[in-house]
Write a protein that binds this ligand. Structure first.
Ligand code: PLP
Length: 426
């Protein structure tokens, strides 16, 4: 047995499915997940010493690549002073101030440990502020494993929510309405009928969780205007897009400003840190000022905050975002050139430092479009890239991520490998 097979067999004995997050299992593509032991810059190293160019980047956080020297040095200095105090630290204020300088709509911020906690808390807050219960989400958007948000649309879309996970009471899901992404007519009709009962729309303003799907400007504006005119709040879940789609988030890029923003991934610099924030008026509903309870033993802990601050510094002082964005543009234009030349049924959607290669002639605007991709071809693509030293997320429904460490050589290798793949397949 190979090292990897042994590791997976042992893991399956004690960990459910051998993994601690379902997407890490290779259910959609088949085969065993690769066990990693280290990372450096754009590369991850497997237990059997195979080295891969990494476009997973832990699903987004590693904007400056693996084991960034600044992050590691700052973490080293922090860890020898203690790991958690259960008391405020000055660094939490610094991180909040820095985040606010990029996201001015987050006038006040609360740190939590995961994106799921951020969205769950934002939902509770929106219900308390509006004194309403109904939440609107869009098909294909993922907001973490919050009970009320683990709901997918039936084909009717506007029907009552149907849980995608067992174990969620109907009493919870029937407070969630699921609509189609980018469908302004459906959204408008829904708000005409039920808008006055809506606490909030929660959305990925650029969706990364059905692969990268861009919103139309009309759709984003409709979400903003309809919530405004019906006394509901707009929550942008920028857990993935914050510091990934744009330094100032999708809200900065399109100038559509939400009431509450959720962040995660990049703001923790590779450690567990997430946040939600908005105007003073909204955020002051939270305890200890207001009556909305939300707390966390390790929230804002010194290690996660140190890594987050180091990452913010890298973005501010060393242009890591801009470098990663430039490399993404080079990669995506190179891929697009090959696709166009051979007129292949492949579409690449990209924004900032994220992209998805869809095996579909395009354009793709919503979950229904993505579900029509050639999933067999995706599987071939995944395994071809992997066997040629490039690791990508094991599902068509995921974004790929680029770091500032993905240098020209890495991009060229990726382009050459993609060329070999299409030459073999088409
Ligand atoms: N929101 C979005 C947009 C995400 O992409 C994710 C995770 O991928 C989450 C929320 C949940 O974050 P976490 O996995 O940190 O709980």
């Amino acid at each position: 047995m190979t090292i990897n097979t042994t590791a997976f067999e042992a893991a399956k004995n004690v960990l459910v499915g051998g993994v601690n997050s379902p997407v890490r299992a290779y259910n959609a593509v088949g085969g065993d997940p690769v066990f990693m032991k280290s990372g450096s810059g754009p590369y991850v190293m497997a237990e059997n010493n195979d080295r891969y160019i990494d476009y997973v980047l832990s699903y987004g956080p590693l904007l400056a690549g693996h084991a960034n020297e600044t992050v590691i040095a700052d973490l080293h200095n922090a860890i020898i002073k203690g790991t958690t105090f259960g008391a405020p630290t000055i660094k939490e204020t610094s991180l909040a101030e820095t985040i606010r300088s990029f996201f001015p709509s987050m006038d006040k911020i609360r740190f939590v440990n995961s994106g799921t906690e951020a969205t769950m808390s934002a939902i509770r807050l929106s219900r308390a502020v509006t004194k309403r219960d109904i939440i609107v989400k869009f098909e294909g958007c993922y907001h973490g494993h919050v009970d009320s948000l683990l709901v997918a649309a039936g084909s009717g879309g506007l029907t009552l929510g149907k849980p995608t996970s067992d174990g969620i009471p109907e009493a919870i899901t029937n407070q969630t309405r699921v609509l189609r992404y980018n469908d302004v007519d459906q959204l408008t009709a829904f708000f005409q009928a039920e808008g006055n009962q809506v606490a909030a729309i929660i959305m990925e303003p650029v969706c990364g969780n059905m692969g990268v799907i861009l919103p139309s400007m009309e759709f984003l504006n409709a979400c903003r205007n309809l919530t405004n005119s019906h006394g509901a709040l707009l929550i942008f879940d920028e857990v993935m897009t914050g510091f990934r789609a744009h330094k100032n988030g999708v809200q900065g890029m399109y100038d559509v400003i939400p009431d509450i923003t959720c962040l995660g991934k990049v703001i923790g610099g590779g450690l567990p840190c997430a946040a939600y924030g908005g105007s003073r008026q909204i955020m002051d509903h939270l305890a200890p000022i207001g009556n909305v309870y939300q707390a966390g033993t390790l929230s804002g802990n010194p290690l996660a905050v140190t890594a987050g601050l180091a990452m913010m510094q890298l973005i501010k002082d060393f242009d890591v975002y801009d470098k990663a964005e430039t490399q993404t543009t080079t990669l995506v234009s190179g891929l697009n050139e090959m696709i166009k030349q051979q007129q292949l049924p492949i579409t690449i959607n990209a924004v900032g430092t994220m992209f998805t290669v869809f095996f579909h002639k395009g354009p793709l605007h919503n979950l229904n479009d993505v579900s029509q991709c050639d999933m067999e071809m995706f599987k071939n693509y995944f395994h071809f890239m992997k066997s040629n030293g490039i690791i990508i997320p094991p599902s068509q429904y995921e974004a790929n991520f680029v770091s500032s460490e993905h240098n020209d050589e890495v991009i060229e290798t990726t382009l050459r490998t993609f060329k070999r793949f299409i030459d073999q397949m088409y």
